[in-house]
Ligand binder design. Structure first.
Ligand SMILES: Nc1nc2c(ncn2[C@@H]2O[C@H](COP(=O)(O)OP(=O)(O)OP(=O)(O)O)[C@@H](O)[C@H]2O)c(=O)[nH]1
Ligand SMILES: [Mg+2]
Length: 283
């Protein structure tokens, strides 16, 4: 198995900044993609965050398969891991995030009360791999668009500090990956959902990974979206060719324009146009 190994300089810098800020932080919101919650967790963070209180934010839940999300809810509940299911794009998530924060930081809250103080400003740091919705999450809590978002990895370049409602202070961070992926499968899942830049893993392999996953787990959604009959398509390449023909992604001489098929398929998949689908289940 080929190992992908790279660690861009700006990510090493982001890691350093996270470590520096940690001292003054009460709680960390670790944003993950609800469609691949474990694969989009950065294992390097466990070591950096040590004993900090972490609340897992299962974001983009609107794009995830609700049945699989139920399984993840059970999984994290059983493991006693604090979490919030979040749709930072379309839902007002402030109340449930704040409620969970108070629950996790009850010891601080109680200490304040004992001292006769009432409202503490909770300082929270938002971390996660690229493109999971960290900045969108912050804008949601702030009630307006304070930081830039965008559906490609690497939008946030610097740390920034944002005042949200309910006495929350938030630190946005650039997305951080780690030097070595555990498995190729994890790398493919991250690439499939747009957390790894499209020029790092070959698009054809990412597309094949996605199509095979859908064929095995969501065949109906794949057939309906591209008007396919999977029983008549033998190989993955047959499926790709058929999508190309159905969508008119053709070059001169009616050859399939593969580049276009890969891009349109990945665009559809990342944006939920094939359906609300999950790409990882609890073990
Ligand atoms: N459907 C849906 N889209 C979301 C959600 N949260 C964020 N997005 C979209 O996902 C894309 C990435 O969001 P960002 O907030 O820029 O992600 P980020 O984690 O800050 O990314 P980097 O700064 O590049 O690390 C944007 O197009 C958002 O509009 C969500 O809950 N649901
Ligand atoms: Mg960002």
């Amino acid at each position: 198995m080929k190992q992908i190994q790279w660690f861009p300089g700006h990510m090493a810098k982001a890691r350093r900044l996270i470590e520096e800020k940690l001292k003054i932080i009460d709680v960390v919101y670790e944003v993950v993609d609800a469609r691949i919650p474990e694969s989009s967790k950065n294992p390097m963070m466990n070591e950096i965050l040590k004993n900090k209180d972490i609340i897992l934010i299962l974001n983009k839940s609107d794009l995830a398969d609700p049945n699989t999300t139920k399984k993840w809810i059970k999984y994290y509940t059983e493991k006693n891991i604090p979490f919030v299911v979040s749709n930072a794009l379309n839902e007002n998530i402030l109340d449930k995030v704040y409620k969970k924060t108070i629950e996790v930081l009850k010891y601080l809250h109680d200490k304040d009360l004992a001292k006769g103080m009432t409202k503490r400003k909770f300082k929270a740091m938002v971390i996660g791999v690229p493109n999971v919705g960290k900045s969108q999450f912050i804008n949601n809590l702030a009630g307006k668009n304070k930081v830039k978002t965008g559906n490609i990895p690497g939008i946030t370049k610097n740390q920034s500090f944002i005042r949200a409602k309910n006495n929350l202070l938030l630190f946005d961070n650039p997305g951080v990956l780690w030097p070595k992926f555990e498995t190729m499968e994890q790398a493919f899942r991250l690439a499939l959902l747009g957390s790894i830049k499209d020029d790092i893993l070959p698009l054809d392999e990412v597309t094949i990974f996605g199509i095979e996953y859908l064929r095995d787990h969501y065949p109906k959604a794949l057939e309906e979206k591209y008007n396919l009959d999977l029983s008549s398509l033998e190989t993955t390449i047959d499926i790709i060719d058929e999508i190309g023909r159905r969508r008119g992604a053709l070059m001169a001489g009616n050859e399939i324009d593969y580049e276009r098929v890969f891009n349109l398929f990945l665009y559809d998949l990342r944006n939920g146009a094939i359906g609300a689908l999950s790409f990882e289940k609890p073990k």
